[in-house]
Design a protein around this ligand. Structure first.
Ligand code: C2O
Ligand code: CU
Ligand code: CU
Length: 483
């Protein structure tokens, strides 16, 4: 198991595996001279009261970090160490997981697997040096349905060593809440019917912790917009009326800049997309940003509200969109070992949010039951959250390349997340992807298959699970051991 490696663990430990030594050598910043200064943060997990609806609504009772929604934005810099002390003032255990960061296993925040849980009143020191610049986030990995569902999430932005030329660098951390009419969070987390379908989808989407009416922008700006889906279960398909977002990074990892089909940005839970957005709208006008993932229930998330000033000059469409690549180890495909992960379970129907296909599904019955969970990976159902005794499904050899074929035999969407690594997304249903995409959370549509590849260069026991939290806790979770 993952021994307590403790404070000494740093980037050097991570890069012992073959291919990544080369990658690490390519890291620009910390190579010369004095070590980079340590950036220190303290965050406290506790119940809070926060006005997420706004207007005349009373504040909502939440669980959160530092009494705010979302939690404080943690800004780190590529190749420079951070130390984040987490204090637990909840009445139950917690941990913090730094989603997408390729860090030492002991810092990964999975209770029972990589660290003891942080008890009420206790604290834990996380210390790591992010090897990749990009958009990441943090959230608990204990009682996730409630802790994430009641608001515990924040952004972790790892800056490039040389700053990227954009006007504003905007972050939209998107959260989904199931609120009662009095503005309080509805109970009923862990409903097994929902778990067998789309998971707990809410009724209120917030941008940076508040129901958003508009975001002020100025014509002529070029914005880097970091989109983070922090929902428990809600998929999103964002459209920017009158604009053409250029995707420049997925899950923090730069890709070849491209526009997406129909301008529809698909974001499953835990996924991030960085776009470059040229503000080419008319001064004084408003443009809707909407989400139409679920048929018949599209809504708008916010509006881009242009001020009346004339367009900024000299910020036109010229110039580079591409972000500098991160030092990811390139998988050795011809020599990679291949494995298939078959996802099964859930209701048969699918498609709708909870009704529609779900009703048909109820009559069709469930599959994948009888393993102690609703969902399974290769016939096995690991349930709950991080806990002791999570036997690995696969033992991977340190430094070796792997191709995983993720085959979704269910009627539901699954954003499949691997800890501690980024995965090259090779193809979908046998068709290769054009934009050199990497992901830590790869969205697998119903009855489709995705091939991913990665170098198992980070030793330890790593979770692999669906990030629809209800799916994770009811069986769509496993562990890969790298040693
Ligand atoms: Cu966002 Cu297991 O993680
Ligand atoms: Cu993660
Ligand atoms: Cu799922």
């Amino acid at each position: 198991m993952s021994a307590i490696v403790g404070r000494e663990v740093d980037r050097r430990t991570v890069v012992i595996g073959g291919a990544s030594i080369v990658a690490a050598a390519a890291l620009p910043p910390i190579a010369r001279g004095a070590p980079a200064p340590l950036r220190e943060f303290n965050i406290t997990a506790a119940p809070g009261r926060v006005p997420i609806i706004g207007g005349s609504y009373p504040p909502t009772n939440v669980w959160c970090y530092d009494n705010r929604i979302p939690g404080p934005e943690i800004r780190a810099r590529q190749g420079e160490p951070v130390r984040i002390t987490v204090h637990n003032r909840l009445s139950e255990d917690t941990t913090v997981h730094w989603h997408g960061v390729r860090l030492p296993n002991a810092m990964d925040g999975v209770p029972g697997l990589t660290q003891p849980p942080i008890r009420p009143g206790g604290s834990f020191v996380y210390e790591f040096t992010p090897p990749d610049a990009g958009t990441f986030w943090y959230h608990p990995h204990a009682d996730s349905l409630q802790q994430l569902g009641r608001g515990m999430a924040g952004a972790l932005i790892v800056e490039e060593p040389e700053s990227v030329a954009v006007d504003p660098d905007l972050l939209w951390l998107l959260s989904d809440w199931r609120l009662r009419s009095d503005g309080q969070i509805a109970s009923g987390f862990g409903n097994s019917m929902e778990a067998a379908m789309s998971g707990r989808i809410g009724n209120t989407v917030t941008v940076n912790g508040i129901v958003s009416n508009e975001v002020p922008v100025r014509a002529g700006e070029r914005v880097r917009l970091r989109l983070v889906n922090c929902a428990l279960a809600r998929m999103m398909a964002l459209r920017f009326e009158g604009h053409r977002p250029i995707v420049v990074a997925l899950d923090g990892q730069p890709c070849d800049p491209h526009e997406v089909e129909g301008g529809r940005l698909l974001l499953g839970p835990a996924m991030r997309i960085d776009v470059m957005l040229d503000m080419q709208g008319e001064p004084g006008r408003r443009y809707l940003v909407s989400d139409d993932f679920y048929d018949g229930v599209s809504y708008w998330v916010t509006q881009l509200a242009y001020d009346d000033k004339p367009p900024l000059a000299g910020h036109a469409l010229d110039g580079q969109f591409a972000l500098p690549r991160n030092p990811l180890p390139e998988p050795d495909l011809p020599n990679a070992e291949r494995h298939v992960l078959t996802l099964q379970g859930g209701m048969m129907g699918g498609g709708g949010m909870m009704g529609g296909g779900g009703m048909r599904g109820m009559m069709g019955g469930m599959r994948g039951m009888g393993h102690g969970g609703t969902w399974s990976i290769n016939g096995k159902s690991m349930t709950g959250d991080g806990h002791v005794d999570m036997p690995p499904l696969l033992a991977l050899q340190l430094g070796r390349s792997y191709v995983l074929t993720i085959r979704n035999e269910t009627a539901w969407w699954h954003p499949m997340h691997l800890h501690g690594h980024s995965m090259r997304v090779l193809n979908r249903n046998g068709v290769s992807l054009p934009h050199r995409e990497w992901a830590d959370t790869v969205l697998v549509p119903p009855r489709e298959t995705v091939d991913v590849a990665f170098v198992a260069d980070n030793p330890g026991d790593w979770m692999l699970h669906c990030h629809v939290t209800d799916h994770q806790v009811s069986g769509l979770m496993t562990v890969l051991r790298v040693a």
